[in-house]
Design a protein. Structure first.
Length: 80
């Protein structure tokens, strides 16, 4: 998803954290809510200005850096 129409950074808002445009809902906060088990419905009920597209944009923003990252398997610790 093209997140740029929905996500912005501004040093005057939450010290420049990426937020949903027109709100003080920062991407990290929204991801933390969902990571803590909140449903999309609970998020929308608690933050009615949030749209489905803006929540999807938060995921798109967060996943962008992962596209270019290389991941290497970590060796498993050996038992003693």
């Amino acid at each position: 998803m093209d997140w740029e129409p929905y996500i912005e950074t501004n040093p005057q808002i939450l010290q420049g954290k990426p937020v949903v445009k027109g709100t003080r809902l920062f991407v990290e906060f929204l991801l933390d809510l969902l990571g803590a088990g909140w449903t999309r419905e609970q998020v929308f009920a608690s933050y009615p200005t949030l749209t489905a597209d803006s929540l999807s944009a938060a995921f798109g923003f967060a996943s962008d850096p992962l596209r270019d990252m290389a991941f290497y398997p970590m060796p498993s610790p050996r038992s003693g």
